[in-house]
Write a protein that binds this ligand. Structure first.
Ligand SMILES: Cc1cc2nc3c(=O)[nH]c(=O)nc-3n(C[C@H](O)[C@H](O)[C@H](O)COP(=O)(O)OP(=O)(O)OC[C@H]3O[C@@H](n4cnc5c(N)ncnc54)[C@H](O)[C@@H]3O)c2cc1C
Length: 402
């Protein structure tokens, strides 16, 4: 049986997020975009009402919504927040980003140590996940950041780039290999807390869009962490996945396995961003007249709006299917998470571009939010694996070569 109706608890979460987006996010979005600053007051308010930790397990103080970080409730909430502003939704969503690998790969002790920090509604604590490196992000197996054991510690060396919350996060999860070129076999993930000697913020990026989100290099120079900061414990993670939390499916310490799930949240924010642009363009097309009638009556404009509406609904349905599969405990065997992320990202780019076009010259000006949404949309085709890589992943899954 397929049922697209939301449960009353999901509707309540959606309404909470919708109201928060309308009242607290939309009015300040342009200001933080122009300043390129983290929206700390918004983040703090979101934390107070549980919008940061609702997807984390109840046993650690989170909201414990069904499906956790990768279920339908999470997608519904993230769509609403991104309707307010994709960058601020990213800031809210990425604050607990590091909880994903800790839940997926960490031992029960490690989960108990680090997850409750992200559930503290009195203080915002940021997480960061460090995978990408300057010489390439798509080819994760070619990673060069190394770890070596030295007595009771591990020593990390390397540079990670384009890291959301890089250097300012309380908890960084850093993926590294024993030898450059060792590929997946030798890969491990480590928790590195802020202020650990040897971890520093490198270059802070100036960006085209999602400018309210902090993106920076993370430099690791002889960075020492205790042995029990290796996720999954000694010596090479727990291949059986025992000890994994309930919010993220269980895997070995393979970041790609995790991304198949985490990227669905990005699909949700892409849908919210596209919906914001569509609604704004529709309103404008109803009110603006040319040649004696509202511009939506010109078929060229009406067809754009029809395409936008269809594509947004299709993107949401792809995402909800993936969320439903996760909630039902079904494997994403045809890379349904990648399908949702890839399609939603393309839709966000097309819809925001067309929204600018529907507004004409006004769309190009900073007086209207559509130029910002157009800039924000592009990143969805790049982060959490580029759309080219999503298509590679989908093709491999379809061919049974995942
Ligand atoms: C704002 C922002 C925030 C980010 N946050 C994080 C973060 O928090 N943590 C993190 O680890 N990373 C983060 N990233 C990095 C992001 O995941 C990478 O940029 C992305 O994976 C692409 O890697 P790359 O930039 O090195 O491009 P490359 O891997 O160099 O790719 C360049 C181009 O070649 C294409 N390409 C490469 N290989 C193939 C292939 N096999 N087939 C077809 N096409 C291919 C790519 O699709 C792309 O178009 C962030 C990026 C941005 C922009």
């Amino acid at each position: 049986m397929v049922d697209l109706a939301l449960a009353p608890e999901q509707e309540a979460m959606r309404d909470l997020a919708r109201e928060f987006a309308r009242r607290e996010i939309r009015p300040v979005a342009a200001r933080y975009d122009r300043a390129g600053e983290m929206p700390w007051p918004v983040l703090e308010k979101a934390n107070e009402i549980g919008l940061l930790s609702f997807g984390l397990p109840e046993q650690f103080g989170g909201g414990g919504v069904p499906g956790g970080l990768v279920g339908l409730t999470n997608f519904v909430v993230m769509e609403e927040l991104a309707w307010g502003c994709a960058a601020i939704a990213t800031v809210i969503g990425s604050s607990i980003y590091a909880a994903g690998p800790v839940l997926a790969f960490g031992t029960p002790e490690q989960q108990q140590r680090w997850i409750p920090r992200f559930c503290d509604r009195t203080a915002v604590r940021l997480g960061a996940v460090c995978i990408t490196e300057p010489q390439g992000g798509s080819d994760v197996g070619a990673m060069r950041t190394t770890f070596r054991r030295d007595g009771d510690e591990y020593v990390l060396d390397g540079t990670k780039c384009f890291i959301t919350n890089g250097g300012i996060a309380d908890v960084h999860v850093v993926f590294a290999v024993e030898r450059p070129g060792a590929g997946w076999g030798g890969m491990a993930a480590f928790v590195v807390e802020r202020d650990t000697p040897g971890l520093r913020t490198g270059r802070v990026e100036e960006k085209l869009g999602v400018r309210a989100s902090h993106t920076a290099e993370v430099v690791l120079e002889g960075c020492r962490v205790p042995l029990d900061h290796r996720l999954g414990g000694e010596p090479a993670g727990r291949a059986d996945g025992r000890g994994a939390g309930e919010a993220v499916p269980r895997h070995g310490p393979n970041p790609l396995a995790l991304l198949q799930y985490s990227r669905m949240t990005y699909a949700a924010t892409a849908v919210g961003l596209a919906r914001a642009a569509f609604e704004y363009a529709l309103d404008h097309a109803r009110g603006r007249e040319s040649f004696g009638e509202p511009i939506f009556r010109h078929q060229a404009v009406g067809a754009k709006l029809a395409d936008m509406a269809m594509e947004i609904d299709a993107a949401r349905l792809l995402l909800w299917r993936a969320g439903w599969m996760v909630d039902e405990g079904m494997p994403l065997a045809r890379a349904e998470g990648s399908m949702a992320k890839c399609y939603a990202a393309d839709v966000a780019v097309r819809v925001t571009q067309e929204a600018v076009q529907v507004l004409g010259g006004h769309g190009y000006m900073a007086d209207h939010p559509v130029e910002k949404w157009y800039r924000d949309a592009k990143v969805y085709q790049i982060w959490e694996g580029t759309n080219e890589i999503q298509r590679v992943v989908i093709a491999r899954a379809l061919a049974g070569d995942a």
